[in-house]
Design a protein around this ligand. Structure first.
Ligand SMILES: Cc1cc2nc3c(=O)[nH]c(=O)nc-3n(C[C@H](O)[C@H](O)[C@H](O)COP(=O)(O)OP(=O)(O)OC[C@H]3O[C@@H](n4cnc5c(N)ncnc54)[C@H](O)[C@@H]3O)c2cc1C
Length: 289
């Protein structure tokens, strides 16, 4: 006989937060990761050890709005909703289009991708180069944390059991002049988990580099980003000299340490990651997007 699961679906967010304060629950937004994590063998209902609290029905968690130059995205916006929203930056839409297939994109949420903290989460490299901040809420109030501090390892995030992710904040993303790319390498163009992913961000003043950021996915326990390496490029002009490109690639070669698994080999992942970086650095022109 199927085991009973206690589930909550409150009318208001405050009730949800007070329940989370009383009891350690599994939060379900779209459920596309939770259901896989707790799946049983075919025909047997999933076993979820904790009570479940649903949050996907709260309209306040589905808002996308601009506050000065920052973009605020509600944690429960589904991928399909984000693809339709005119405020969402094109590179993020490009990343979303590579995620799963429409059925999953109709359920899966941006907040779920972050809180699941998979090394292969497709939105994560971009969210790292956007310097994303996360608004978390509990009965004790709100706090804002950088995504790179929040994600600690595979499926490990710095969230207290009484907290919920409320908003994803992309600082200054609506500022003119940055060129951002996302590249994902998988077995096919859609419905494939990444073997390697890469996000690059560059902002120029004329030909001079004012800001530059890189993040690599699926080549370590979390996204690989190095502010120290990025700093070496500040103030240089494009096109970059071959020696500068080689120095940056060599620096990332030292810190990218992928593993072999069922999806790919460490050697393939490292080679492709460095090729994507080299390709980004070799561009002679960057167009603002
Ligand atoms: C067939 C299939 C294909 C997939 N393909 C891809 C792919 O190509 N790329 C990719 O990146 N992912 C993929 N995924 C994974 C998944 O769809 C995404 O990670 C999705 O974004 C998860 O969102 P969700 O709302 O369904 O999360 P859920 O399953 O609801 O939650 C995921 C985790 O986050 C926690 N959580 C969710 N919301 C909050 C919140 N507001 N506050 C605190 N904790 C929260 C949950 O408790 C859980 O631990 C795939 C999944 C499936 C089943």
């Amino acid at each position: 006989m199927a085991e009973k699961i206690t589930t909550y679906r409150f009318d208001c967010l405050d009730q949800t937060l007070s329940q989370l304060n009383q009891e350690d629950c599994t939060i379900i937004a779209g459920g596309t990761d939770v259901m896989v994590l707790h799946k049983s063998r075919r025909g047997v209902p999933p076993k979820i050890p904790k009570p479940v609290v649903f949050i996907d029905h709260f309209s306040e968690l589905k808002r996308v709005y601009q506050n000065h130059k920052d973009l605020h995205i509600g944690t429960c916006c589904t991928y399909s909703e984000l693809l339709e929203d005119p405020l969402i930056p094109i590179p993020l839409k490009n990343a979303i289009k590579t995620i799963a297939a429409p059925a999953i994109r109709n359920r899966g949420t941006l907040g779920g991708n972050i809180c699941n903290a998979s090394p292969a989460g497709d939105t994560l490299p971009l969210l790292y180069v956007y310097n994303t901040k996360l608004l978390l809420r509990s009965v004790n109030g709100d706090r804002v944390v950088a995504i790179s501090d929040f994600i600690q390892g595979p499926r490990r995030v710095q969230r207290h059991h009484n907290e919920m992710l409320i908003e994803i904040i992309l600082p200054s993303v609506l500022e003119e002049g940055s060129h951002v790319v996302f590249e994902k390498v998988g077995n096919r163009n859609a419905d494939a988990i990444a073997k390697v992913s890469f996000a690059g961000y560059i902002r120029l003043n004329g030909f001079r580099i004012k800001d530059v950021r890189f993040a690599f996915g699926a080549v370590g326990p979390t996204m690989v980003r190095s502010i120290d390496i990025e700093k070496k490029l500040l103030g240089l002009t494009i096109p970059l000299a071959d020696a500068d490109i080689a120095q940056i690639v060599a620096a990332f070669d030292k810190i990218i340490k992928p593993i072999d698994d069922q999806r790919s080999t460490a050697l393939y992942r490292k080679t492709v990651a460095l090729n994507l970086l080299r390709y980004f650095l070799c561009m002679k022109q960057y167009q603002s997007n």
